[in-house]
Design a protein around this ligand. Structure first.
Ligand code: IMP
Length: 177
């Protein structure tokens, strides 16, 4: 099995390009069925989800919109919990069918803290599509409506995901050895 190095760490192939693309196609197929006759807005979370969002979006046959946003967390002055704010969300979500597109749900903290901001705008529906999910690591209750792969609690890179800035360009997903 090919072993690669990203910075100081070694990774081995975990999901091939073919396996990923096949699964992405299946998810797009489910979305095409579930949203037939509707016009969902996909909100892809940068940076990690750009490849997943792009490959999935290409497979959609329904009318759909797509935007990319960036999330930034900071500690509120009074509260000890982190607050998540978004950059680039210009669309009005009122009455829209919204699908969040995320690369990976790990602890779930980022999305869990961000969802109230979206729900506040009263979308007609709000679903989550995550390429990867680490169920053993997830601490925050989140309903994930579309999941590409459930994976063990090990660090992964590739297909948009990075290790300290590198590895996003890899076509496959690699797991830390
Ligand atoms: P969460 O808030 O703990 O669910 O973390 C979500 C974010 O952490 C993801 O959107 C990724 O950017 C990053 N992340 C979590 N696990 C990994 C991993 O294994 N590889 C690369 N990035 C990860």
């Amino acid at each position: 099995m090919p072993v690669i190095k990203v910075h100081d760490k070694s990774f081995e192939t975990y999901l091939s390009e073919e396996t990923i693309l096949q699964r992405v196609k299946e998810i797009a197929g489910d979305i095409n069925k579930d949203y037939a006759g509707k016009r969902p807005l996909f909100i892809a979370i940068l940076n990690g989800s750009f490849m997943f969002a792009s490959d999935m979006f290409k497979q959609l046959t329904i009318e759909a919109e797509l935007c990319f946003i960036k999330l930034a967390s900071y500690k509120g002055l009074k509260s000890s919990g982190s607050v998540v704010t978004s950059i680039g969300l210009e669309d009005d979500l009122f009455d829209k069918e919204v699908v969040i597109v995320e690369d990976i749900v790990d602890t779930g903290k980022t999305l869990y803290n961000f969802l109230p901001k979206l729900l506040h705008q009263q979308p007609k529906s709000l679903k989550i599509a995550a390429l990867l999910h680490k169920p053993e690591a997830t601490e925050y209750p989140l309903e994930l409506n579309y999941i590409g792969f459930r994976i063990p609690n090990k660090f992964v890179v590739g297909y948009g995901l990075d290790y300290d800035g590198l590895g996003r360009n890899l076509k496959e997903i690699y797991q830390l050895i």
